[in-house]
Design a protein around this ligand. Sequence first.
Ligand code: C2E
Ligand code: MG
Ligand code: MG
Ligand code: MG
Length: 284
Amino acid sequence: DAKTHGRNRFAFYSPDMAERAHERMAMEQGLMQAIQQQALRLHYQPVVALESGRMIGMEALVRWQHPELGLVPPARFIPVAEESGLIEPIGEWVLQEACRQTRRWQDEGYPHIRMAVNVSVRQMMNDHLVERVAQALAETGIDPQCLELEITETAIQSIEHSRERLRQLKGLGVMIAIDDFGTGFSSLSLLKHLPIDRIKIDRSFVTGLPSDGNDVAITHAIVALAHSLHLELTAEGIESTDQLNHLHQLGVGEGQGYLFRRPEPADALTELLRGGHRFQAGRQ
Ligand code: C2E
Ligand code: MG
Ligand code: MG
Ligand code: MG
């Protein structure tokens, strides 16, 4: 391989680069197989109403069940999938499977669980997105209001294009959330121009609550903005009771985080639903 052959003899290319290219190709091939052999999995993280501690939604998060590496997190393969175009079949599968799972929970007697699905840059650009969402809804018969599409600021490459795309999606009746809010460059103009329902406060701001002055200031500003624009709010990455209480006091309606639950397979959450589980609620 590059290391043994390349290091001393070929000064004009870096073995690191060759290794990385090789790794990427292996990753791409592995991903392709994973799609064919149905080795992708969805884990779900509960979305909790901070006032009551009730589970009101789930976020679908993809993993790759790798024969040697075990469960591979999305950060390790989504970027490659995005660049290679494999995110298209992956994203479509995620959408279908998340809708099917929503249907299963509805059939179990939980008709109001909202399902959040992450949508990538490429999917946003794809002209078939609206059709595919419509199809997933039709196939599973779930209420469009139960489906929320999460779009990051970076997935919105052109406001004009995204506005039209989101309008079409809103026409289906689904909800739109801006994910990782505040980490992109154009957050405020997005709020002005796009038909969105919800802001998800990025975990990087929640982390420093309630002691880091900057995080407190930014979070307060996001909350004020959302309130005055009548947008729903979800806080990401709540890990402590202090963070939970602070967000609740600010008037943030919903949250996710390891304090409540890590993402996990659907069955474990079905058990929680059956048990009528309530998570810790925020204090005033
Ligand atoms: P995201 O959509 O912002 O999802 C939240 C991530 O934060 C998840 O990581 C979740 O496990 C993690 N998280 C939740 N609560 C906590 C907490 O309290 N502390 C910490 N440290 N982390 C927490 P995950 O599952 O590894 O996903 C990472 C990212 O990969 C997602 O960020 C999303 O951007 C992307 N992703 C995941 N699934 C999909 C998918 O199906 N399609 C696309 N396009 N992207 C996906
Ligand atoms: Mg998300
Ligand atoms: Mg997020
Ligand atoms: Mg995030």
